[in-house]
Design a protein around this ligand. Sequence first.
Ligand code: GDP
Ligand code: IMO
Ligand code: MG
Length: 427
Amino acid sequence: MPALVLLGAQWGDEGKGKATDLLGGSVDYVVRYQGGNNAGHTVVVGDQKYALHLLPSGILSPGCTPVIGNGVVVDPSVLFSELSGLNERGVDTSKLLISGNAHIITPYNVTVDKVTERFLGKRKIGTTGRGIGPTYADKINRVGIRVQDLYDESILTQKVEAALDVKNQMLTKLYNRRAIATGQVVEELMGYADKLAPYVADTVLVLNEALDDDKVVLFEGGQGTLLDIDHGTYPFVTSSNPTAGGACTGAGVGPTKISRVIGILKAYTTRVGAGPFPTELFDEDGEALRRIGGERGVTTGRDRRCGWFDAVIARYATRVNGLTDFFLTKLDVLTGWEEIPVCVAYEIDGRRVEELPYSQSDFHHAKPVYETLPGWSEDITKAKSFSDLPKNAQAYVRALEEMSGAPISAIGVGPGRDETIEINSFL
Ligand code: GDP
Ligand code: IMO
Ligand code: MG
């Protein structure tokens, strides 16, 4: 089983960080293939809590080589502050590899992200404001800056100039902001070149050679399926492909190498930022999920929107990613509810719909059709095997599995590494 992908099956924050960290001990490489420091992955090791944004969660496993692939967008200032934060806590980060083809989030990309959101007003996406969308836009427009450009100042200057040509027109004439000077940007970026150099590598070659040598490579999705630019709830999405196919383009590895795709699935649903969310709760249950689940964004500190489990979305994630299995997280958060509603289908303009509608207007009108499952009140955080779970919790897991279209290999009953029930040799 040389290559596996681990990704979010909902709208992000499913617990990818914990799952990646768990697998990190038994794989050789952990690779981020898309996104940037918009991600917020929490890993709890013993009494230590780590919040990772740009770095692969495998960085906390000593034997594992963390890789930032070509599909990632890198903010160098964030990279170095995250690295030094880990170094201060005794984590060795010297094995990190960064693709020379990864694009750089420049200071003007961050500015553009913030001013466009402000300009959109009520129609804003609710981005993390980290410059992610504008950096990917530059990449696709072929005016992006790549890590390797830091090693040729003349080319870098020409590229920054080309990128700023249009942006300065927009900033000054449309958004009433000051123009950004090419020299200033080039100077700032060149200031990172020497520090970055030891990490820069031909990661495509490294990973393919590793796979040829039967090493195990884990691709860690940055966000969730429904935030995917192609398969998510566009336009309320991020600007890259966290879905399984993104691992191939974002790391330069062929699909024939991937034998397992694990979907991380929260036992209920959350979302940060704007966009449709059929099972969202605006009542005390929503408030309780937020409180008990600690549902506050790791990156922006925003409260997460909370709602019941949505099986339509889980089925969709199984299909678009070709999921082989799920890791169900945060089952412990549901302890204490007498009954737990689960969305099994939608009602759209009077029709019952079993699958995610492709039309944005239909999805905006989707009302959840609920089935109610009996809850449990016993503390499950100490459960070590499936049979330790109360009967109703077991039935909840089996019902979700049945509805979601792939087997559940592991269950999270708390944030810690050991608060995990393994069902089908997950690790
Ligand atoms: P990610 O972005 O997918 O990595 O997820 P986040 O780290 O943003 O959010 C998941 C949160 O749930 C973190 O605070 C984790 O420590 C926590 N967590 C993960 N798995 C479990 C679990 O099974 N139970 C509980 N109670 N918390 C969990
Ligand atoms: P993790 O890794 C939840 C959301 C933002 C916004 C939209 C676009 O913690 O699962 P962007 O800054 O990416 O252009 O914002 O995507 N978003 C996330 N929501 N978890 C994340 O990452 C997210 N990364 C981006 O809130 O709605
Ligand atoms: Mg998160």
